[in-house]
Design a protein around this ligand. Structure first.
Ligand code: GLU
Length: 417
């Protein structure tokens, strides 16, 4: 198990927000335990004829504000405490973005790059069958996360529909557009990050042209963020992937780098232009205006935080900063725009997809982008205002806003029976 218990860190943040709001424990005790935790076995007949049994989870943290919502992660290091934290973060992310959703998350312990396409399809279909009684458009709506994509969501939708006897597109978001996916969903998280950054720079009177950016991770989220920040004229000076990073203080050739990684090639084989090779640690310690961790959780540890030289951190990944690092960064006056705010563009676009599915309508990409932008800017302003009102960090302010809404929902609904 990881040395950081992400779920305990999540509870600690709830407690801190409750203290700011002076709430009695009974107002929020229901958020300290997940509503449902499901553990499943997933037998898959492999291409070589053998059978491999994988382990997976689906955790529903809270349905206080609506059906549970959250992605499914395929990764070799998935563990239950992490899935619980990810589910809890979804509850707070949806509440902060003011979406009518609760929070959930799923995970399967598997390295998807080691499976063939056929094995991946079998794994997805069997996992869907195992969690089938607990998901549905009004119950719990999965979406892509680390290691999953629109094809996996399409198989999930097909399996769920086949078992029910008719097509139910609203059971999952992040599907292919041809079968009920939404325009604008695939790039919504990265695009949303750039909206938050653009607004933040504007509010602080900083010109994008003088903004040096370092991005850790060039996956679904990191590569779209890089593209949009490049278009905004920010100077992207360092990027990395699992194979390591590259650095150029005068700015990297983002177009050619993105072409390379989008062709599913590693940065270690990138040879164009001038740059220096750096490690992932060096990337995190790059002197820059904005550092964007867009990989996995627990990347910015206390050790990294002590030496970190960025002026602002914008969390694209979920949970990239450990709690002890958070404290050190606060002492160093390095503000953090937290994950539940910065990367909410994805789930806001998921909400647009679900609304379209439930009503049998189709929105233009402009309509989707407008909804994403409105919700993000509203949340950002509310978080900044709350942080000024209470003199607290942006992370704590985000928890305060979300917790206020969750406690209100709890009071209105009461306890049954
Ligand atoms: N997995 C994404 C997240 O962590 C998207 C969730 C969704 O769209 O439901 O926010």
């Amino acid at each position: 198990m990881s040395q950081y218990n992400a779920f305990e860190n999540f509870i600690a943040n709830i407690e801190k927000a409750a203290a700011v709001l002076n709430l009695p424990e009974s107002d929020y005790a229901n958020l300290k335990i997940c509503e449902r935790e499901l553990k499943v076995s997933i037998p898959v007949e492999m291409d070589n004829g053998g059978v491999k049994v994988f382990e997976g989870y689906r955790v529903q943290h809270s349905s206080l504000r609506g059906p549970c919502k959250g992605g499914i992660r395929y990764h070799q290091d998935v563990e239950i405490e992490e899935v619980k934290a990810l589910a809890g973060w979804m509850t707070f992310k949806c509440a902060l973005a003011n979406l009518p959703y609760g929070g959930a998350k799923g995970g399967v312990i598997v390295d998807p790059s080691e499976l063939s396409e056929k094995e991946l399809e079998k794994l997805t279909r069997r996992y869907t069958i195992k969690i089938l009684p607990f998901i549905g458009p009004n119950q719990d709506i999965p979406a892509p996360d680390v290691g999953t994509n629109s094809q996996i969501m399409s198989w999930l939708m097909d399996t769920f529909s086949a078992m029910k006897g008719y097509t139910i597109p609203g059971v999952v978001t992040g599907k292919d557009v041809e079968i009920g996916g939404s325009l604008g969903r695939a790039e919504a998280t990265g695009r949303g990050l750039h909206i938050v950054i653009k607004e933040f720079l504007m509010l602080n009177n900083i010109s994008p042209a003088t903004t040096r950016v370092a991005i850790q991770g060039l996956g679904n989220v990191g590569n779209v963020t890089a593209e949009y920040l490049h278009k905004l004229r920010c100077k992207i000076i360092a990027v990395s992937d699992v194979s390591g990073g590259i650095f150029n203080p005068d700015g990297l050739d983002i177009k050619s780098i993105l072409q390379h990684v989008r062709a599913k090639k590693l940065l270690s084989s990138y040879e164009e232009g001038t740059f220096t090779r750096i490690t992932n640690k060096e990337l995190l310690l790059t002197p820059c205006e904005i550092l964007i961790p867009a990989a996995l959780q627990n990347q910015i540890t206390a050790e990294i935080a002590k030496e970190l030289k960025a002026k602002v951190i914008i969390e694209a990944a979920n949970g990239p900063t450990t709690t002890d690092a958070d404290t050190i960064l606060a002492q160093k006056n390095i503000p953090i725009i937290p994950d539940i705010l910065a990367n909410a563009g994805g789930v806001i676009a998921s909400y647009c997809e679900w609304v379209q599915n439930m009503q049998g309508i189709k929105w233009t990409v402009k309509q989707v982008n407008e909804v994403v932008q409105t919700h993000l800017i509203e949340s950002l302003n509310l978080v900044i205002q709350t942080s000024q009102d209470y003199k607290i960090s942006y992370r704590l302010a985000a928890y305060v806003v979300a917790l206020t809404r969750l406690v209100k929902a709890h009071k209105l609904r009461g306890i049954f029976p």
